[in-house]
Design a protein around this ligand. Structure first.
Ligand SMILES: [Fe+2]
Ligand SMILES: [Fe+2]
Length: 219
């Protein structure tokens, strides 16, 4: 199910509850560098998704674009959680090296597949190993954070993958059975196998429709 914030003001980004909690023994450890690597990776993911969002919207997949933006906001939240753990070292410069992907495609499915691939890599390799290293180095709280965010990245991968599947098999706007479709602009509900070409209330095109059951405020 795709739960997305239609109204960003209602959820969006928040500083609520974030406190500085730095382990002062971090300096010189691998985890010290891994936190900065994670901050860099999350920051780039956020920008990649905002850029991919524009591509999806250009191709008419407005809800997919909204999912990219929504996920970008979550990557920003991840970046902040990692960054906060370095707060004690304000003023430091941390040298890191790493490989980062060029995922610029003029194609929504390719952008979704690239995003899915990167999220799976973060979940299955990068954050798992960062978590393990943090545990070995004696930073169990940071290990817990890496492991928690790794699990989130898996949900991101699954969500991007499902959307790519739906575009590829032409089921994103057409289902086998009748369902309720919601226009994400005005809230108009249309019941049918296919989302309408144009919303008969606000005139926005099909790309703004999503299954009502998957919308954020369905009840
Ligand atoms: Fe993330
Ligand atoms: Fe993610």
């Amino acid at each position: 199910m795709i739960h997305l914030t239609i109204n960003k003001q209602l959820i969006g980004d928040s500083d609520y509850g974030l406190k500085g909690e730095t382990d002062m023994n971090l300096k010189g450890s691998k985890t010290y560098e891994n936190l900065m690597r994670a901050f860099a990776g999350e920051s780039m993911a956020r920008n990649r998704y905002n850029i991919a969002s524009a591509i999806a919207k250009q191709e008419g997949f407005h809800v997919v674009g909204a999912v990219f933006d929504y996920t970008a906001d979550q990557e920003r939240a991840h970046a902040k959680v990692f960054y906060q753990k370095l707060k004690y070292f304000a003023g430091d410069n941390i040298y890191i090296s790493g490989a980062y992907p060029v995922d610029l495609y003029d194609d929504t499915v390719k952008a979704l597949r690239a995003a899915q691939h990167n999220e799976l890599e973060e979940w299955d390799e990068v954050y798992k190993s960062f978590g393990q290293t943090a545990r070995e180095e004696g930073f169990p709280d940071i290990a817990h954070t890496f492991e928690g965010i790794a699990k989130i990245e898996k949900t991101h991968a699954d969500r991007f993958g499902r959307l790519a599947d739906e575009i590829e098999n032409a089921s994103i706007f057409r289902k086998e059975d009748e369902i309720a479709w919601m226009c994400t602009v005005c809230g108009n509900i249309h019941v049918g196998k296919e989302a309408p070409q144009i919303c008969d209330v606000c005139q926005h095109p099909q790309g703004f429709f999503m299954p009502f059951a998957e919308s954020f405020y369905e009840k």
